[in-house]
Design a binder for this molecule. Structure first.
Ligand code: DGL
Length: 279
């Protein structure tokens, strides 16, 4: 008999992109409570240097642990790519980033071994996706391209499938990926599934898109299951959202990310100065 764990799952991102993981978690594990931290006061992370990203990530994790979560999910490609392996190994709680789950799905999907990765500047510069891909498939050819304008476009609601600004930017960012004839493309940032239709229309049906939200939710669910940490709650789970800027800014865009009419659950602003420096 496995033990059960009624505590919430902790999820964080620099902003709202991590909600694409929350949406998938709610589908897969509807009875789990979730605590989300969105650092909307400091987004974007992906244009910053390693030291700052690491510092912010550790503060975000410390915040979630204060909420007594049973697992931490870094629902942020940038944090997942930048946090050093030794740091992750030292964690005494179940943890998942988005890189590994997305890479495993991409390696399972590719036929030609030519895999594209799009992400923030910090993510692409880190080479983290390429390293993980080659650990599974040493002969893979990995073509990365940074798409720094995608996060601000998404955070500002330029997300409709007919949005001409985002289409134009996406065409330019995706050109090198198309030139290199990949058969699989990892959306290496959790904001990107929101503009998946625009991306999909540009790259065409022959390229398989890997959605980090879906893959990470699946991975986290399997991890909790294997460790006997799922809840046996019968009622639907609840989500509590904490953000580092005003809650109304969050509410405006969050419903689009969660694909609901309005966000239900507790929403609270957190004072950035109150964040603890480390876990
Ligand atoms: N959702 C984050 C990611 O997956 C956005 C990065 C940023 O804040 O620049 O990389």
């Amino acid at each position: 008999m496995y033990p059960m764990d009624q505590r919430p799952i902790g999820v964080f991102d620099s902003g709202l992109g991590g909600l694409t993981v929350v949406k998938e978690l709610v589908k897969l594990l509807p009875h789990e409570n979730i605590v989300y931290f969105g650092d909307i006061g400091r987004v974007p992370y992906g244009t910053r240097g390693r030291a700052i990203i690491q510092k912010y990530a550790m503060q975000d994790i410390a915040f979630l642990l204060q909420k007594d979560v049973k697992m931490v999910i870094a629902a942020c490609g940038t944090v997942s790519a930048i946090l050093p392996k030794e740091t992750v190994k030292s964690f005494t709680f179940p943890y998942s980033g988005v890189v590994k789950p997305a890479v495993q799905a991409a390696c399972a999907a590719t036929v030609t071994g030519r895999i594209g990765v799009i992400g923030t500047s910090a993510t692409i510069k880190s080479g983290a996706y390429g390293k993980e891909i080659r650990a599974i498939r040493p002969d893979a050819v990995v073509i990365g391209n940074a798409c720094p304008l995608f996060v601000p476009l998404v955070e500002n609601g330029f997300i409709g499938p007919d949005n001409q600004v985002t289409q134009l930017v996406a065409r330019q960012y995706l050109a090198p990926i198309l030139e290199n004839k990949v058969d699989t493309l990892i959306l290496g940032c959790t904001h990107y599934p929101i503009i998946k239709r625009i991306i999909g229309e540009i790259v065409g049906e022959d390229i398989t898109l890997i959605d980090p939200g879906k893959e990470t939710a699946r991975h986290a669910a399997a991890l909790l299951q294997s460790q006997g940490l799922l809840s046996d709650r019968k009622a639907p789970g609840e989500c509590a959202y904490y953000v580092s800027d005003t809650a109304d800014i969050f509410e405006q865009t969050a419903s689009i990310f969660l694909q609901t009419d309005s966000v239900t659950g507790h929403i609270e602003q957190v004072d950035l100065d109150s964040l603890q420096p480390t876990v």
